[in-house]
Design a protein around this ligand. Structure first.
Ligand SMILES: Nc1ncnc2c1ncn2[C@@H]1O[C@H](COP(=O)(O)OP(=O)(O)OP(=O)(O)O)[C@@H](O)[C@H]1O
Length: 264
């Protein structure tokens, strides 16, 4: 089976700083892959190189039959990015606009420049936005300003906006870092369900090892820009966690809850 995404020897240097060094992995349809690692390990850089929010220094990003790293023209990049949804830690909504308008923004990549500027969405898009808001339980808030929502609700709008793109790949950059444990579970459940029911490949950067173990099909551990672990959650041992985080396990805060179950 062809992978939805395949990174081959991805590199990103900032001057002398080797943020990402020789990262290769793949993600399949319907698979949830969590990337874990300490602060500064390179998780965000890997994720943002995939859709070229950050320009990679080297390597290939094979997605949808082409190498994203090689796309030069803005139009080609825009077309490729349509199928890549993104969910951010800080939600990245337009707070003065309604929930509905924020969700509709997911269609901008499919629209002509004049229609996008004028906000001329098709009836089909509007219908789809309502359906998605219904699905994520926010239909009653459709005309509320996005800035008036709770953190968990904002992130649900972020998910609906990403789904408006009909993505085959979803990049989630620390989607629960600003949320309490209960909202975090709601969001991770939705991401997992979306991957499974819509067959979307999801990459999720996480700080919480217990969340990665609970929700991911596969975990990738990054240390100083290099992959040191890529396997199923059951294979993630306590000693491997110490390697990834370069610290003794009792000194690490690695979960939403106390008493995280780890494999010795
Ligand atoms: N714009 C930049 N200019 C210079 N160095 C950068 C830049 N962005 C990131 N870096 C460096 O690249 C490395 C990887 O950063 P990155 O943000 O990808 O890590 P991370 O694992 O996502 O960290 P966190 O969990 O804190 O978000 C770090 O050493 C960081 O200081």
């Amino acid at each position: 089976m062809e992978h939805i995404l395949e990174l081959v020897h991805l590199k990103k240097y900032y001057g002398q700083t080797k943020a990402v060094e020789d990262v290769s992995f793949h993600v399949d349809a319907g698979e949830v892959v969590a990337i874990i690692g300490p602060s500064g390990a390179g998780k965000s850089t890997v994720l943002r190189c995939i859709n070229r929010m950050i320009e990679p220094t080297g390597g290939s990003i094979l997605f949808d039959g082409q190498d994203m790293a090689k796309l030069q023209k803005e139009k080609e990049l825009k077309t490729a990015r349509r199928k890549i949804g993104m969910i951010f830690q800080s939600f990245n909504l337009v707070y003065r606009l309604s929930v509905f308008q924020n969700v509709l923004h997911g269609r901008l990549g499919y629209m002509s420049a004049p229609n996008a500027v004028m906000g001329r969405y098709s009836e089909e898009d509007k219908h789809k936005a309502v359906q998605l808001l219904n699905m994520i339980g926010l239909k009653d808030m459709i005309y509320k300003k996005a800035g008036e929502l709770s953190g968990g609700q904002k992130q649900r709008v972020g998910i609906a906006r990403a789904l408006m793109q009909d993505p085959t790949l979803l990049l989630c950059d620390e989607p629960i870092a600003s949320l309490d444990p209960s909202s975090s579970r709601v969001i991770m459940n939705q991401i997992q369900e979306m991957a499974k029911t819509r067959n979307i490949a999801c990459i999720v950067n996480l700080h919480q090892v217990d969340v990665a173990m609970a929700y991911a099909d596969r975990i990738i551990g990054i240390h100083q820009g290099r992959i040191v672990f890529d396997d199923v959650p059951d294979k993630l041992t306590a000693s491997m966690i110490e390697t990834i985080y370069d610290a003794p396990i009792d000194k690490l805060t690695i979960g939403l809850e106390e008493g995280v179950a780890l494999h010795a």
